[in-house]
Design a protein around this ligand. Structure first.
Ligand code: IVH
Length: 675
């Protein structure tokens, strides 16, 4: 390829990819499969590598991240980023409307009905961002900061797929557009699920998650956070229209993601209707909103009203009420999690809130307790906001009895009495006694036997506690020394369940290496990371002797994971456990088939698995498909090659399969295919 051709091809691929990003992330109407999309992106990335002279900083290849920002540069906003004044009820809003009309000299009904045109918008709960475009290209993305200056987060913002890197249509040559970066609820939930699995501290809510993500130094990590961005405010000298709503419609044609739910309301009564509607409907949205923003639509009117020092007079935020009650704090207890993290819990006098009875609320960590200055015996305000667990938002000091002592945070583990530690920059204290502290040991065993790990389903949580309490199992390795005679005397243990338990443990010895690697519970090594590591190192022995540099070469492994792996294997107790597990016969290497990279028998075939199977588990079948070069998918489409069906396949799936004429095969047929 000549440089000229390459240049041309890079341009063409870039615009094609950006169009697909737009279709998918803004319009929500993809027209290409993920697979084909990835191929286009790979082509672009490889051309850019070969012809770096044609690389542009706004190439869609930047969306996957990679750029590191060590220190975010502080930049001054051209237009200050003000906030909005808040309102909480109908009265506040009627006051606002009165002030607006007075400000504009519309006091009596004259030639028109005196009603103001307001645009009502959802108040997205994330972090605000200002994007600057010059000649249709994104040149800078800045956080709000203190309103006067913020952080330059351009590299990270480029990973947000709904933020256009190039604009379409007829846009002003230079303008600023502001909006809210947020994390969709489903993304937040699944990230937290992953974190729970690998023992990371959970993120409190999507807002914190979004703002934490935008401040990460490694943009490749930001890209994984799947952030999104709604835009709601354009600023510039040469905007095409004289009203907010028209400019927002225009911005939509330039490629921005603008909410479909904004509405032009005539007069404050329409505004109140809009608010009432969303007060209930907001729970159906796939992202969090914490209120409604009301803006005067007409720019002349906006200009006449102007600003106070803090906020525009032409706009106001209405904040939804989080339900709130006050109740007595009876006691503060402390929970120890699987990874040793300590969480203080408020035990409350039971009180009704949001349809349930609340007895407990999280107090998160020592700093929060100190900030709230909550003390046992206080009356506290409890609120159910975006989080599932209710939180304490304040103390009713008027009800505090004299001489109530301030809360002293515990210094020792409530379970094993080891002195607690707290790492710099970490919010939570933790118990360092990882190998003896009961909830940590039990938690680790529970993880070890869980479905995606060793899958010993005959060993339930209660039995684990019994085994631990009886002193029979102190580490995951002890499971393999268990004898039937030892477990039979346990409460509620019958002959049959004892047999099942022993058989289950025995069967786990054939669980594949990557799952063993996930099961042993190295901090930060989740299911996917374990798979990638296993594929690369091929055996535990190699992993144990890998240097940090070697580990960092593995896809998915960054600094934190590399250190965690090294720490794990330098711990003498862990080494002892690994020795015992090896001796017991666990798979510490990829199988021969895996070593050879499996087969290509299912190359280009996509499978959907449905129903329950007799011979292997669904996860096993998934693995077999991947091992033999096939792909798994969760939904049936024209692209599905086969449905691997067990018993009780869902009727909807069956209907869909029939309508698309996708062949349905049973497990025997499948096993023959890969034989
Ligand atoms: S307009 C001068 N519209 O709420 C007007 N803000 O304190 C600037 N927000 O910092 C803001 N949704 O982060 C506007 N539809 C919306 C919004 C919105 C969320 C946030 C924004 C701002 C805060 C108001």
């Amino acid at each position: 390829m000549t440089p000229n051709e390459a240049n041309h091809k890079i341009d063409q691929l870039s615009s094609e990819i950006e169009q697909h990003n737009y279709n998918y992330y803004v319009l929500d109407k993809p027209t290409i499969s993920d697979f084909d999309f990835d191929k286009l992106l790979e082509q672009l990335i490889s051309l850019e590598k070969k012809f770096p002279e044609f690389f542009s900083p706004n190439s869609p290849s930047q969306r996957v991240g990679g750029g590191i920002t060590k220190n975010f540069k502080s930049v001054k906003h051209q237009y200050a980023m003000l906030s909005l004044s808040n309102s909480y009820n109908q009265e506040d809003l009627l006051d606002f409307d009165r002030r607006v009309r007075e400000g504009l000299g519309i006091t009596s009904v004259g030639q028109f009905d005196g009603a103001i045109d307001y645009v009502c918008e959802l108040k997205f709960d994330g972090l605000s961002i200002s994007l600057i475009y010059e000649d249709g290209k994104l040149t800078q993305a800045i956080t709000r900061g203190d309103g006067v200056q913020g952080d330059d987060v351009t590299t990270n913002a480029k990973t947000i797929k709904s933020i256009p890197l190039h604009l379409k249509g007829k846009y002003p040559d230079k303008f600023e557009i502001r909006g809210e970066v947020y994390m969709p609820r489903p993304v937040f939930d699944s990230l937290n699920k992953e974190r729970e699995e690998i023992g990371d501290a959970l993120m409190a809510n999507p807002r914190n998650a979004a703002s934490g993500s935008m401040k990460m130094q490694d943009s490749a990590q930001v890209a994984k956070r799947k952030l999104d961005c709604f835009l709601y405010y354009v600023l510039g000298e040469k905007l095409p229209h004289q009203s907010h709503i028209e400019n927002m419609h225009a911005a939509k044609t330039w490629g921005f993601k603008i909410s479909e739910d904004a509405k032009l309301c005539h007069g404050i009564d329409d505004v109140l209707d809009f608010i009432n509607y969303w007060d209930k409907k907001r729970f159906d949205l796939p992202y969090d909103i914490d209120g409604i923003v009301i803006k005067v639509n007409d720019y002349n009117q906006q200009q006449n009203l102007g600003f106070t020092a803090k906020s525009p007079r032409w706009a106001i935020a209405y904040k939804f009420k989080a339900e709130q009650v006050s109740t007595e704090l009876l006691e503060i207890t402390y929970q120890v999690g699987r990874t040793g993290a300590i969480t203080p819990v408020a035990n409350l006098k039971p009180v009704a809130l949001g349809g349930t009875t609340v007895k407990r609320a999280s107090l998160h960590n020592a700093d929060i307790i100190e900030k709230l200055d909550v003390r046992v015996g206080d009356y506290v305000f409890v609120e159910k906001g975006g989080e599932i667990i209710p939180k304490i938002i304040g103390v009713d000091l008027s009800k505090r009895k004299a001489h109530t002592p301030p809360t002293k945070y515990i210094t020792h583990c409530p379970e094993c009495h080891t002195e607690l530690k707290r790492d710099e920059g970490e919010a939570n204290h933790f118990c360092p006694n990882e190998n003896e502290c009961p909830p940590q040991v039990i938690g680790r065993i529970e993880h070890f036997v869980s479905r995606k790990a060793m899958n010993i389903d005959s060993l339930g949580g209660e039995t684990i506690v019994q085994l631990f309490n009886a002193g029979l199992v102190k580490t995951i390795a002890d499971l393999y020394d268990l004898k039937k005679e030892q477990i039979l005397p346990l409460e509620r243990m019958a002959e049959k369940s004892a047999n099942n338990l022993i058989d289950g443990i025995e069967a786990s010895k054939s669980v594949t290496f990557e799952r063993v690697l996930y099961a042993i519970g190295i901090r930060h090594v989740g299911e996917t990371t374990a798979k990638k590591i296993a594929k690369k190192v091929k055996s535990l022995n190699v992993l144990m002797h890998s240097t940090k540099e070697e580990l960092l070469e593995i896809d998915e492994v960054g600094e934190i994971i590399a250190i965690s792996i090294a720490d794990f294997f330098s711990n003498e107790k862990n080494k002892e456990i690994i020795r015992k597990l090896k001796h017991a016969g666990l798979q510490f290497e990829l199988s021969e088939e895996q070593q050879q990279g499996g087969s290509e028998k299912l190359k280009d075939l996509t499978f959907v698995i449905s129903g329950v199977f007799a011979k292997h588990s669904r996860d096993d079948y998934k693995e077999m498909i991947e091992l033999n070069g096939g792909k798994n998918s969760s939904s049936i489409s024209k692209k599905t090659s086969y449905i691997l069906a067990g018993d009780n396949m869902g009727p909807e799936k069956l209907k869909k399969a029939e309508s698309l004429a996708v062949p349905i095969i049973d497990e025997d047929t499948f096993l023959k295919m890969i034989k």
